[in-house]
Design a binder for this molecule. Sequence first.
Ligand SMILES: O=C1CC=C(NS(=O)(=O)c2ccc(-c3ccccc3)cc2)CC1=O
Ligand SMILES: [Zn+2]
Length: 163
Amino acid sequence: GHFQGSPRWKQSVVTYRITEYTSQLSKKEVDTTIAKAFQLYSDVIPLDFKQIYSGTADIMILFKAGYHGDFYPFDGPNGVLAHANAPGPEQGGDTHFDDDERWTLHSRDINLLLVAAHEFGHALGLEHSKDPLALMYPTYRYVNTNGYTLPHDDRLGVQALYG
Ligand SMILES: O=C1CC=C(NS(=O)(=O)c2ccc(-c3ccccc3)cc2)CC1=O
Ligand SMILES: [Zn+2]
C-alpha cells in the first residue's frame, strides 16, 4: 500500500511544489485551486502551507498520465483520479493527479478543488470517513464549491491530529 510515514507533520509550515501541470487548466487556475484546497485545512488547524518553485518540498505535486515514476501508474480516463502518500520523509505527502482525467473548476467532469482537498487530507494523515457527507468519504461526489469549507467530520479528524 501507500508509503506509511509518521501519522502527521511535526513542523508548523509544510511546503509544496507543483512540478508538472495539466494542460487543461491555466497554471494560475491550478495554483489558485491547490492553494484553496490547502486553505480548507489551514483555516482550522495551526499549520501553514507554502508554495515553493524550486528544490524539494515536503509535498511534491504533479499531474501525469500513466506511469509517473512510482509504483502506482495511473489507469487512463476515470478509475483512479489521484493518489497521495501519508505524511513522512521523501515521498511522504507527495500527491499525484491523473492527467487523463478532465479536470475542471465546476460541476462537470472532475472538480480539481474537491479531489485535491480529499488527497491533501491523506497527505496530512487522514484516513477515509464513513460519513457520506465527509470530504474523506471514499467515493467522489460533486458538491457546490462556492464558499466551500471543510465538512464537520473532516474538521474533527484533522483537529484531532493537529489541533
Ligand atoms: O484513497 C484513495 C484510493 C483510491 C482513490 N480513488 S480515486 O482517485 O478515484 C478518488 C476517489 C474519491 C475521491 C474523492 C472523495 C470525496 C471527495 C472528493 C474526492 C478522490 C479520488 C483515491 C484515494 O484517495
Ligand atoms: Zn482517498
